[in-house]
Design a protein around this ligand. Structure first.
Ligand code: TXA
Ligand code: MG
Length: 333
């Protein structure tokens, strides 16, 4: 299913960065250095590019991704920074700190990149190559660590090449990264909360805030507390986007009043007469289906139906991650 790409390695000079910018603008996948680890970048506003990014990493799940921007002004266009977020941004950006904040109503980051959540993770990396790249692209760039799913994060271009050769378009070689571990993630929705320890120590954050950080969200301990607020948890926790409507999976028909989430060219005629129907990919393309997944679910949910009949999606390539999300969305709550 995955096409073998020619992976170009360029140096982090003006020509190399220009090639990377052009590649990203065309929907390509570009690995680049940040001060923490190498990131695998894609245009955050291009759902199909983001879907290809998940496929290249071989992630069996759609974890939400971090949107990288060149400065605070660009971050404010994507997310709503409250007083605590502003304080942390002023103290530590650029630097190894990611802030999870509510999305702006007109935030252009694709639903797939935020895994359908109403929040967005923002980061301004402290690396001259990353910043030049982000400034020149002029759009937010999502970038998980540039490794295959389950492998360790790369701190050198050679690590990226070894892991992702043939699966991505370009690697910008900016030498070894300084910090070597991922950014610290703090959610600033309500009280600031540490979601992932990382390159910026907790103590520095607490000093800037003038108070201790709330404990890391623990899915078991906080089950009740978390249930009626925006899901804050990193992808490895149980919280996730859930539509209001009930999902009925592997459907081959539609009950009266049900909406239909279709897949592929062969939609049964009975389903075609549903009150509302959206097709994840009429051509049966799993990359296109992934790019449409969360936005289609949201759109059908807005129809006010009580249930959505979802056609079967093949369990191969990105289908595994699509089915994972559909199953979570269908789970009783
Ligand atoms: O240092 C870093 O942060 C690196 C470099 C490349 O910038 N990037 C990185 O990305 O570590 P990734 O995808 O490996 O980790 C992103 C983490 C995941 O645990 C994800 O669940 C969490 O951020 N995350 C992203 N958006 C979120 C959101 N809206 N709510 C909660 N967690 C979120
Ligand atoms: Mg990672």
């Amino acid at each position: 299913m995955t096409v073998e790409l020619t992976t170009r390695l360029v140096s982090a000079d003006p020509a190399g960065i220009a090639a990377a910018v052009q590649c990203l603008a065309r929907g390509g996948l570009v690995a680049f250095p940040t001060e923490t680890v190498y990131g695998l970048g894609a245009d955050a506003t291009d759902g199909a590019a983001v879907a290809r990014l998940y496929a290249a990493k071989g992630r069996p799940r759609f974890n939400p991704l971090i949107a990288h921007v060149p400065d605070l002004a660009a971050a404010r266009r994507l997310g709503v920074l409250g007083p605590q977020a502003e304080r942390l941004a002023h103290a530590f950006w650029p630097g190894p700190l990611t802030l999870v904040v509510p999305r702006q109503p007109d935030c252009p980051v694709s639903d797939l990149a935020t895994a359908g959540l109403d929040t967005v993770a923002l980061r301004v990396p402290d690396h001259p190559v990353a910043r030049r790249l982000l400034r020149d692209v002029g759009r937010p760039v999502v970038a998980p660590s540039a490794n295959r799913s389950g492998h360790v994060s790369p701190t050198e271009a050679a690590h990226v090449m070894a892991d992702l050769r043939g699966r991505i378009d370009l690697i910008v070689d900016g030498g070894p990264t300084k910090v070597g571990v991922e950014s610290t993630i703090v959610a600033c929705i309500g009280e600031a909360r540490l979601l992932r320890p990382g390159g910026l120590p907790r103590a520095a954050i607490e000093e800037a805030l003038g108070r201790p950080l709330a404990r890391t969200a623990d899915p078991a301990a906080n089950a009740g507390e978390m249930s009626d607020e925006a899901p804050l948890a990193p992808g490895m926790l149980a919280s996730h986007y859930a539509p209001r409507a009930h999902l009925r999976l592997r459907a081959t028909d539609a009950a009266p009043g049900e909406a239909v989430l279709a897949f592929g060219p062969h939609v049964p005629p009975q389903m075609q007469r549903a009150k509302a129907l959206l097709n994840l990919s009429p051509a049966g393309d799993l990359v296109e289906a992934a790019a449409n997944l969360f936005s289609h679910l949201r759109a059908l949910d807005r129809e006010g139906v009580t249930a959505i009949a979802v056609m079967a999606v093949p369990h191969e390539g990105l289908g595994e991650a699509i089915n994972d999300r559909l199953q979570r969305a269908a789970a009783p709550r």
